[in-house]
Design a protein around this ligand. Structure first.
Ligand SMILES: [Zn+2]
Length: 259
C-alpha cells in the first residue's frame, strides 16, 4: 500500500526501542489523535532524531502515513516546545506521566479529531508551571470524561430522576448522581458532597486558566480525586497504574511538610 507524506503537531507520550538502532514512538497529535511511528536509526548519535524524541516534547513532524497500518514511518521532526520542569520536579513528571497514561488508555487508534490534544498540552503546561498542578490534573480528567462520553450527570438522580436532597452518591455504573433511595446495591458508587459536585461541573465547563479561582481544603481535594478516579477507572475499565506512584509522592511531600 502506497504511503503519503503527512504532517502534524504532536507530543511524545512514550517510546521504546526497536531492534538495535530504531525507536517506536507513540504521540498524541493534533491532526491524527494517537499515532505510532517508527523512527529509523533514532538511537544513533548522529541521527537527525537525536534529542528530538524525548518524553513530553512537543514536535512539528512529517511522516509517511500508511492508510492500512497502525505503524507509520517518521520522516522529520522539529521540537517546538519543552517542559523543563519535568526534569527538575519529580512530582510534575509523575503527574505528566499519569496524564499520558490516561490518554494512552482512553484514545484507541487514530482519529482525525485529535480533540484531546489541546487540553493535554494545556494540562501539561499547568502541571509543569507554578500553579495548582493537582487541580490541573482534575481539570484534564473532566475533559477526558467528556471526550469518552462518560461525563457524569450531576443534576437529579440518574435512576429515578427525582431532585437530590440528601446524601447523594456518584455512581459510575449509572453515569451520574443517585439518590439514597435508589442506591442500595450499587457497590461502585461513592458518597459525594455538593462542593465536589460543583467543582466537577465547573472544571468540565471552563478553560484551564480559570482553575486558579478554585480554592479547596486538603479534605476537599482528597474527595474530588477519589470520586473522579473511581469514575475514570470504571470508564476506562482499568486502574491507571501511574496514579499510585503519584499518590505516593504526594503523600511523601505532605508528610515532609507536616514534620
Ligand atoms: Zn433515585
Amino acid at each position: 500500500m502506497a504511503s503519503r507524506i503527512e504532517k502534524s503537531e504532536g507530543i511524545v507520550l512514550r517510546f521504546y526501542d526497536y531492534g538495535d538502532t530504531s525507536r517506536i514512538v507513540v504521540l498524541m497529535t493534533r491532526r491524527f489523535g494517537k499515532l505510532k511511528v517508527m523512527a529509523k536509526g533514532a538511537k544513533g548519535k548522529r541521527s537527525p532524531f537525536a534529542g528530538r524524541l524525548e518524553l513530553f516534547q512537543v514536535l512539528n513532524f512529517q511522516f509517511y502515513h500508511y492508510p492500512d497500518r497502525d505503524l507509520h514511518t517518521l520522516k522529520e521532526t522539529e521540537v517546538i516546545q519543552m517542559f523543563p520542569s519535568f526534569h527538575e520536579k519529580l512530582i510534575a513528571f509523575a503527574a505528566a506521566n499519569y496524564l499520558s497514561e490516561l490518554v494512552q488508555h482512553a484514545v484507541h487508534g487514530e482519529d482525525s479529531q485529535g480533540t484531546l490534544y489541546r487540553p493535554l498540552i494545556d494540562a501539561l503546561g499547568a502541571v509543569g508551571g507554578d500553579g495548582d498542578w493537582e487541580l490541573a490534573v482534575r481539570w484534564f480528567e473532566t475533559k477526558l470524561l467528556q471526550e469518552l462520553g462518560a461525563m457524569p450527570r450531576l443534576k437529579n438522580c440518574a435512576i429515578c430522576s427525582k431532585e437530590l436532597t440528601e446524601a447523594p452518591r456518584l455512581s459510575p455504573s449509572h453515569a451520574g448522581l443517585v439518590c439514597s433511595t435508589c442506591v442500595p446495591g450499587d457497590v461502585r458508587s461513592l458518597p459525594i458532597s455538593s462542593n465536589a459536585t460543583g467543582v466537577i461541573y465547573f472544571l468540565s465547563q471552563v478553560p484551564i486558566h480559570k482553575i486558579e479561582t478554585i480554592k479547596l481544603t486538603q479534605l476537599q481535594r482528597i474527595e474530588l480525586k477519589k470520586v473522579l478516579r473511581n469514575f475514570l477507572d470504571f470508564s476506562l475499565e482499568r486502574r491507571v497504574k501511574s496514579s499510585e506512584f503519584l499518590d505516593k509522592l504526594l503523600a511523601t511531600s505532605e508528610n515532609a511538610l507536616t514534620v
